[in-house]
Design a protein around this ligand. Structure first.
Ligand SMILES: Nc1ncnc2c1ncn2[C@@H]1O[C@H](COP(=O)(O)OP(=O)(O)OP(=O)(O)O)[C@@H](O)[C@H]1O
Ligand SMILES: [Mg+2]
Length: 241
């Protein structure tokens, strides 16, 4: 891996990114010619009405879906050009993804869910579990390590998903409506964690959200409509409460 400590290259860059879904004869331009550059360490909120292409765009940026055309460079890698195997490795090392529906493995205890991304890292089981425990402790989840996802509240599941996303210490965190299913107090806690990742740990954070409170704390708000960027506003960095 290249040394990225002082890397000034953008974390994310797209060129004429496009995703068209075809259903029979009908076409949907879910993402239409998106050009954007996200510098390292930026905390970006992506907003827009339902169906405007937010999740599709995030999945494309995260290498979880393939564009119809256009180019995506993440952390200096042209991710469209990677083989499936290289892409999987790239995702493991570079991106922590927090899904709206958590995507936890129901048969596994919380600790095992958090430690999952370490399976391919060459760590021993003990090392993985120790690291998972430390992350869970940092997120106030130390009493829930043996619980299965169904035995946890929505907020606890979301924090398990966040711990898992942080397991490999990726430089880029992506989240799709991370507070959508949470009460306002738990949502505020999740927002605080996302902010800290950007402001204290220097991570690049890209969050799809309907939550104007999250947007008000971000460095930048990108608004989508019909798959296109209609507004891109930089905000003054907010102090961490
Ligand atoms: N797999 C798919 N097949 C066909 N059309 C799709 C598919 N996924 C998304 N779309 C369409 O692409 C458009 C963008 O969808 P997307 O899920 O990205 O929207 P969104 O902004 O995330 O909406 P929401 O706020 O409701 O989550 C929508 O018109 C949707 O119907
Ligand atoms: Mg969505």
């Amino acid at each position: 891996m290249a040394d990225v400590t002082n890397d000034r290259a953008p974390m994310v860059q797209t060129h004429n990114l496009e995703k068209i879904y075809r259903i029979g004869t009908h076409q949907v331009h879910a993402v239409a010619h998106v050009n954007m550059t996200i510098p390292r360490g930026q905390f970006v909120a992506i907003m827009g009405p339902s169906g405007s292409g937010k999740s599709t765009l995030l999945y494309l940026l995260g290498g979880l879906d393939h564009p119809t055309s256009g180019d995506i460079v993440v952390n200096r890698q042209h991710i469209n050009a990677l083989s499936a195997e290289d892409l999987a490795e790239f995702r493991r090392e570079t991106i922590g993804f927090i899904f709206q529906a958590f995507h936890l493995i129901p048969t596994m205890a919380a600790l095992e869910n958090v430690a999952l991304p370490g399976l391919f890292s060459g760590m021993t089981r003990d090392e993985r579990e120790e690291r998972a425990y430390r992350l869970m402790h940092a997120l106030g989840l130390e009493h829930w390590i043996d619980h299965k996802p169904t035995q946890l509240s929505g907020g606890q599941q979301q924090r398990v998903a966040i711990a898992r996303a942080l397991f490999n210490d990726p430089p880029l965190i992506m989240a799709d409506e991370p507070t959508g299913a949470l009460d306002s107090q738990t949502g505020a806690h999740v927002l605080q964690m996302l902010e800290r990742m950007a402001r204290k740990l220097g991570k690049t954070v890209v969050v799809v959200t309907h939550d104007s409170h999250i947007a008000s704390r971000a460095d930048r708000v990108i608004s989508l409509q019909d798959g296109s960027i209609i507004e891109d506003i930089k905000q003054l960095p907010a102090a961490i409460p």
